[in-house]
Design a protein around this ligand. Structure first.
Ligand SMILES: [Zn+2]
Length: 80
């Protein structure tokens, strides 16, 4: 799962608890980080849902951890 594929089904949103949440683009249900170890619960008939359990937080972590996918750079780049 790469980041662009992830982004076709999910997005990160602000949430009342201040911790943010993953939102399904199909049914707009949300999952806070505290429930990241439980399968995502979609509305009935959601097109993003699959036959297998989905863990969007874990998928996002994996997408961000792909070695070499992002070139490390300093916040000072462009300042000097
Ligand atoms: Zn959904």
């Amino acid at each position: 799962m790469d980041l662009e594929k992830w982004h076709k089904s999910w997005r990160l949103v602000a949430c009342d608890d201040g911790l943010g949440a993953v939102e399904c683009l199909g049914c707009n249900r949300m999952s806070p980080p505290g429930s990241s170890n439980r399968p995502f619960e979609h509305d009935q008939g959601c097109l993003v849902a699959t036959a297998n359990d989905q863990y969007p937080w874990a998928d996002l972590r994996d997408a961000l951890a792909i070695p070499g996918f992002v070139k490390p750079r300093s916040a000072l780049d462009g300042v000097r």
